[in-house]
Every structure is written in C-alpha cells, then in structure tokens.
Design a binder for this molecule. Structure first.
Ligand code: ZN
Ligand code: FE
Length: 256
C-alpha cells in the first residue's frame, strides 16, 4: 500500500492510499486534486472515500468525486453528508482490498466525528483522524465537550505506538509554537520542532506523525503530565482535575 498526501486549499491534506490498482481517499474537501492525481494514474481506480466529519473542507469534493468515479462513501453514521453515505460508528469494521478498517467514535471537534485505523501487511498502522488529533495539537471543540475530546484523544493515544497519524491539516508549526510555550523544557518537543521547521522550509509535509512522538510532545495528549498540568494551573488555578485542566489548556490555545 502506498500513502500519498494530496495538498488541498491552504493547509488541508487529502490522504490517498493505493495498491497500484485500487485507491481510497480520505476527507476530499475538494475534488480537483484527487481528479488530477487519478488522471495521472489511469490504471488506478478510486473505489472508496472515507469521511471523518461533516465540515465542508472535508466533504466539498464528494458530489463530484462520486459522480465521476462511482466510489463508495463511508462516513459518520451520526452526521449529515452532501451525498448518500454508508454510516459507520465505534466498533464497526470495513473491508477494502484485503484490509480491515476499524472505526472509532472520536466526538469533540464535531459530535459524530469518526476515525479509521488500519494495519496494512508488512507496514506500520495508519490512523485517519480528520480534525481530532493534529501533530502537536488537537481540533477545536465546535460541538463536543472537553470531557468528550479528552476521552477521544485518550483512546487514540492508546493505539499501537507505531501508528502513523494522518491528520487532515498541516497545522504542525503553529501547534508546536504553542506546545513550546506550555512545555518549554521538553527536549523531545524541542528536537521535534527543529525537525518540523526544516521539513517546512523544504516545503515538505510534517505528516504523517508517529503516535509515539505525539505521546512525548503533544500537550493535548500530555495534559495530565506534571509539566503541562503545572503550566495550565499557573494560568488557571481552578484547573485541578483532568477534564478542567484539559479544558483550560484548550482555551489557552484558542487565545494564544
Ligand atoms: Zn473540521
Ligand atoms: Fe478541517
């Protein structure tokens, strides 16, 4: 299986996975980058589209892609989509090209947000998590509560640590600026920020990120750590329990 990040809009990635004959794409907010790629690869057929949540920058390309390719669409059971979709939720699985995709409910950014985890043979696993987990950060809470988002991130953090995290946005550098303000003495974070800066200077994606790295550097996966919870409590002395601390961390990022 080959994994490709197709850039879309200013900072989205449409992930594409293929085996030289069949391809799937994830969260096609725009059909144009996908159709251009397919035109360059006439032997590869798009037969599956995965959708993590209802926002337009993840669903805008669906009508045209479905009309042009006839691809099946697998999306969240609980959200409204611009095309007809087979609905999936926690515990459901989906088979594609000999792979089993596992669906997780990850409410927080939106209420019905789902993620897809899969383990291609002879490769490390992949997670398509939309706008839930970003490298160095997490999605804004548009619909869900801090408790829901913390629980969603906890379940993503419990996946195998060699999982490659395919987030839908290249937000890494701005997330890491905030992470360094929260957790300035974290050496792994300092090193990772240097690596990402170099990648972006060369116009390369910082993604996919490794879950093991995220566990070490992402303040939203580390909100219970002494370093992060202490930093949050310096700003908000009421942020004593896990959920309140996570909520205060998210508010801090919104205001950063
Ligand atoms: Zn979104
Ligand atoms: Fe988005």
């Amino acid at each position: 299986m080959k994994l490709i990040a197709l850039p879309a809009f200013s900072d989205n990635y449409i992930w594409l996975l293929h085996n030289n004959h069949h391809a799937l794409v994830v969260d096609p907010g725009d059909s144009a980058p996908v159709l251009a790629w397919l035109a360059q690869h006439p032997d590869i057929e798009l037969d599956l589209i995965l959708v993590t949540h209802h926002h337009a920058d993840h669903t805008g390309g669906l009508p045209e892609l479905v009309a042009r390719t006839g691809a099946q669409v697998a999306g969240p059971a609980l959200e409204k989509m611009p095309v007809s979709v087979r609905g999936f939720q926690q515990g459901d699985t989906l088979n594609w090209q000999g792979l089993t995709l596992q669906v997780l409910d990850v409410p927080g950014h939106t209420l019905g947000h789902i993620a897809f985890w899969l383990h291609p043979a002879d490769q490390t696993p992949l997670l398509f998590c939309g706008d839930t987990l970003f490298s160095g950060g997490c999605g804004r809470l548009f619909e869900g509560t801090p408790a829901q988002m913390l629980d969603s991130l906890d379940r993503l953090a419990a996946l195998p640590c060699d999982t490659r995290i395919c987030c839908a946005h290249e937000y890494t550098l701005s997330n890491l600026k905030f992470a360094l303000a929260v957790d300035p003495l974290n050496l792994d974070l300092q090193n990772y920020a240097q690596t990402c800066l170099l990648l972006r200077e060369q116009n390369q994606a910082t993604l996919p990120a490794l879950l093991s790295t995220e566990r070490a550097i992402n303040p939203f996966l580390r909100s219970r750590s002494p370093a992060v919870s202490f930093a949050v409590q310096q700003r908000d002395a009421q942020a004593l329990d896990d959920v309140t601390c996570f909520a205060a961390l998210r508010t801090w990022k919104n205001e950063f």
